[in-house]
Design a protein around this ligand. Sequence first.
Ligand SMILES: *Cc1c(COP(=O)(O)O)cnc(C)c1O
Length: 386
Amino acid sequence: MVYVTGFRCFKCGTHHLPQEIENKPIPRCSVCNSGLDAEYDYGSIRKSLLRDPFMRESPTHWKYWAFLPVRDLSHIITMGEGGTPLLESNSLTRDIGCGRMLVKYEAMNPTGSFKDRGSSLEITKAMEYGKKRVVLASTGNMGASVAAYAAFAGLDCIVFVPNIVGSAKIKQIKAYGADIRFVNGDYSHAMKEAENYVISHLDSFLTGDYPWRGEGTKTVGMEIADQLYWTVPDVVIAPVGNGTLIWGIFEAFRDMYAVGVIERKPAIFGVQVDACRPVVDAWEKGASEIIAVEDPQTVATAIACGDPIDGLGALRAVRETGGQGVSVSDGEVIQARDFLAENGIFVEPSGAVAYAGARRVKDGLDDKTVVCMATGHGLKDMYGIE
Ligand SMILES: *Cc1c(COP(=O)(O)O)cnc(C)c1O
């Protein structure tokens, strides 16, 4: 029933058994404190899954449960996340001049962003461990998403919020009844506060960019292949904040390839903004370390993560697939947001970052089938719209 075999450290490679990770307040490497990558028994998944019904069933988040670290399917907390549209637009295709341009419209999730995929798994795990409360740091969307799922499951929720978060997002978190604590500092400071809280309150479950969220997020990549009738696009373009989304997309294609449902993997492009581009810098320099940016300021608030937790994963996703690191200006982000909206696809500024990246790298996309991630709903942050 459960196919996860362990968690390996991104940085030092130490392998941890699932039970070693599950009982830790902060699920990180016990040797070097870095992020962790789940490993699965692909042989068993292959035996149990590769049947026609799986290939034909419509795509939704929990369709891919065999690739998620969950023990008991009867306790799943779901609000119908995933199964979001993959929109093909001729006008976008013409704008970029590629073969086909498709937009994965993650705004269609219950709280308006892809964060709901990770939240569904995290709250399921919190229930599995019998926790009373969930705690996290958030740039807004994750807070709203976890607050919604916690409320739905009957758990309390505390959100540590850095000073850059927009008021619409704060209101959404409040509406779900979460306890909001403002932090005088950036996202990294808020995260420290959340971690300190769970260390001193063991009935609390830490959510955020830790392994559960990464695993939950990868179903978006599985849906892309599924919605293309199990073919693989040439390029997938994703915004990079903490790097959890892009790493999840990489893992999705790796896992599907390992069990044989797809025959190749896409090149994965990661896009950041000029004011906060630690992963793009590392990619350009060929470096193996990410150098943090202090207190980044940008219109793309959902990706203003100066010290990205899954930055090494993001770097690996781009490097190992022959992708590219791209950075765009705030102005280009807003232009892309406006253009997408004029074509019926309304996203918040961070949700247009991938498309702005596609415009930047146009020339490399001739004849290619390209998927751009549109990560959050336009109604969440209408910056500059009068
Ligand atoms: C969280 C978020 C991102 C960035 O995702 P990471 O996993 O942090 O890289 C991008 N866009 C939106 C709308 C988000 O909510």
